[in-house]
Design a protein around this ligand. Sequence first.
Ligand SMILES: [Zn+2]
Length: 228
Amino acid sequence: MNIIGKCLSPEEFKEYITNKFFGFLPANKIVLHHTSQPTPEQWEGEKTIQNLKRFYENKGRSSGPHLFVAPDGIWLFYDMRKNGTHAGGGNWRSIGIEMVGNYQHSVPMGIVLEHTLYAITALNEELRLELEDIKFHKDYMTTACPGDAVTKEWIIKELKNYKIIPDYFLIKEKTKKSVFFVKNNMKYPIPDWDTFMFFWGDRTKDIIGLEEAEINQIKTGKMLPSIK
Ligand SMILES: [Zn+2]
């Protein structure tokens, strides 16, 4: 099995898919999975990826799922231009995404959730997919995958509130005054008016107003230094 076997940060992933040619019949849906095992705690990056490759090869497969969303980043596994092997009848024109972990009893959280939402949102934008185009392994086969805790209602709600904000954008909550500077999909509070005017005084019109739920899902970084 030929795999790409590269770990990308969310921003690198976005750049990668923006520059990628997805073929003449690109994927028209995403099929979500969980690995069950390995868990995020067991994940060892390159070593685990090579183990997974051997695991599929031992099953006699020449292709696999396309992405592994892990704590260390978004791993490119099987080429997204090709049909993979991950969901029986759901293999045709789909991108198979494996969330690392077991989500039978609780939904993904923390960095795995963040990477999952980022990867799906970036792919939806690039391939012009709708939130309803997200499928589960269990839609095609008798399996609990991606875990009983993960429901369509839950993932669609998470994705609805999730936004990828381009670097260097300025955002605020619609009803509030504080402005944030965005880098690597993190928001950094701007400490005071003088600092805002000093760096961004000519950009007051460019501030994007977001709903409370939208702004809350963007992680907050350290307060930027004040010029005072
Ligand atoms: Zn699955």
